[in-house]
Design a protein around this ligand. Sequence first.
Ligand SMILES: NC(=O)c1ccc[n+]([C@@H]2O[C@H](COP(=O)([O-])OP(=O)(O)OC[C@H]3O[C@@H](n4cnc5c(N)ncnc54)[C@H](OP(=O)(O)O)[C@@H]3O)[C@@H](O)[C@H]2O)c1
Length: 309
Amino acid sequence: MKAVQISEFGDRSVLELNDNVPVLMPTSKQVLIKVKSAAVNPVDWKIREGYLQSMLKHPLPLTLGWDVSGEVTDVGDEVTHLKIGDAVYSRPDIAKNGSYAEYITVDADEVAIKPKSFSWQEAAGVPLAALTAWQSLYEFAKLESGERVLIHAGSGAVGQFAIQLAKLRGAYVYTTTSSNNTNLVLSLGADEAIDYRNEDFSDLKDLDVVFDTIGGETQTNSWKTLKKGGRLVSITETPDEATAAEHDATGFFCFVQPNREQLEKLAEFADAGQLKVSIDSEFGLDQVAKAHERSETGRAQGKIVINVS
Ligand SMILES: NC(=O)c1ccc[n+]([C@@H]2O[C@H](COP(=O)([O-])OP(=O)(O)OC[C@H]3O[C@@H](n4cnc5c(N)ncnc54)[C@H](OP(=O)(O)O)[C@@H]3O)[C@@H](O)[C@H]2O)c1
């Protein structure tokens, strides 16, 4: 099969479109998926650069991409919830080869039926970013109805899902965004948009939860917005325990995990018209370098999709 791989870590020039990459046959608990679309996440180019080598220890060559939609073409003997021909989506294990490829072999436990109302492109844009928002807000922060939450970068892929999931939970949502994206975040349900270039979000007070998708100064300045007992969840930088304690708050770091049940719930929300996904841009398998370039700008307004077949 064709797959976009790296044989060394580095800049976009290390991306190779290879033919004759072996297709791995599924084991008894796996399925083989013919990839329709993959999606790009910032972690793809961070892994490509080698920033996560100590944590993930990927053998090379490595196929990048950890979001997929596609059709099941082979099923292991012990898999009961999927069959050949099913239209599925997944955020596969990031320690293994990814989805910038014509086929991907995935543990069936990481695979769910895709939202029926979503195109292949839209479905591929959901798993990694939406699971991140779900696990950060619902599992770590344990966000509750009526709580006030600040979501940083509401126009980003994770931020867009976070706004929608926080509203579905019944929270009041503040989100930081540039003025370019104010209408976008309000259309997703945010109650108040804060233009981070011209306004100081740290004037907010007594929040229950902050969802930090930026890190650095943004995280540092977020602590003072929390009430006593507030929770800060970051997906970019582990919160400092001493700083959390100084603010009588709790800090968490979330690294997203595959989760089939959560994907099933997300598909229900999508098919009920309660979850939208915006596509920032689309590329072919031969244009992954351009897709990474777009992600690396930090300006994407939703998902960057790779159309495979
Ligand atoms: N730990 C995990 O499991 C996990 C999972 C997913 C993602 N992540 C990380 O989380 C981060 C966000 O991921 P993503 O996929 O959402 O990224 P993304 O879609 O590339 O985010 C781009 C968006 O960020 C906005 N933005 C940039 N700087 C901002 C700032 N200072 N304040 C507010 N908004 C800002 C931009 O809007 P403007 O153009 O309007 O500024 C743009 O719309 C990345 O670093 C990624 O690696 C971690």
